[in-house]
Design a protein around this ligand. Structure first.
Ligand SMILES: [Zn+2]
Length: 248
């Protein structure tokens, strides 16, 4: 369900049944002359909409205003919007705090931007990961008081940790495309991989005749196809299903 369309009784059901609550996270960034600037975020949004009919799932309104950076092209006339990680952090911290206060304990964010090295992190996902940690610590202290971790009721913390039940799993971040699950599907910026994905999921975000040869990172897009994109889409959906079908 889309969060903005939910009624309070539906929200209470989602809380009681521990439905995954998912934030599509991304940027608006230049993706060549042939593709829409929202590609990274649109990929997450479309994948979630495709999986939604199969699962009990809450989809939050997407957040497009991450740290695109100007590494690819300067913004003038090209469209990239850059909001720095240190500005994203307080926003994300309050958003996560609010979601915890509503009652959600199975919160996820998915991002498809600079995720080729997700473990080390990049500004957008690091800001949201850090914010998630800070929000959880502050929420637990507020709810349980200082010393909450040291109390006898927490004696099974490490067992809970192993079973995935501990509070630090209340909010998790994921890349949309984790290389080990993509079976060699091309990972690029505005090249054959991303362009094919859009041709499959959102063809109105691509205008292939506008592709030019000027930029190295878009050249492979000339071989993009909806058929290849369908393969990438299906690999993404399989991984989303795996992550979101469990109850925490
Ligand atoms: Zn991209």
């Amino acid at each position: 369900m889309r969060y903005e369309l939910m009624l309070p009784h539906q929200i209470r059901t989602a809380i009681a049944d521990n439905w995954p609550v998912v934030l599509p996270l991304g940027v608006l960034e230049y993706h060549g002359e042939h593709m829409a600037v929202g590609m990274d975020t649109i990929a997450v949004v479309e994948a979630l909409h495709l999986i939604e009919p199969e699962l009990d799932l809450v989809i939050l309104p997407p957040f497009y205003y991450g740290a695109a950076s100007y590494a690819v092209e300067p913004p003038e006339g090209n469209g990239s919007l850059q909001v720095s990680g240190e500005k994203l952090f307080p926003f994300a911290q309050e958003l996560f705090t609010s979601l915890l206060r509503v009652g959600f304990r199975n919160i996820h964010f998915f991002i498809h931007h600079q995720t080729e090295n997700f473990t080390a992190g990049m500004p957008t996902d690091l800001a949201f990961k850090f914010a998630a940690r800070q929000a959880i610590f502050a929420f637990l202290e507020r709810e349980r008081g200082e010393g909450w971790w040291g109390k006898g009721t927490m004696a099974d913390y490490y067992a809970q940790h192993a079973s995935g039940d501990d509070p630090f799993n209340w909010i998790k971040g994921h890349p949309l495309m984790r290389p080990e699950h993509m079976e060699g599907y091309p990972f690029d910026h505005a090249g054959i991989g991303e362009t094919s994905l859009m041709l499959s999921m959102r063809p109105d975000a691509v205008d292939l005749p506008r592709l030019d040869d000027a930029r190295w990172y878009t050249r492979s897009a000339k071989d993009a196809s909806a058929e290849l994109g369908d393969k990438g889409r299906d690999l993404i959906l399989a991984e989303l299903r795996r992550i979101l079908s469990g109850r925490r």
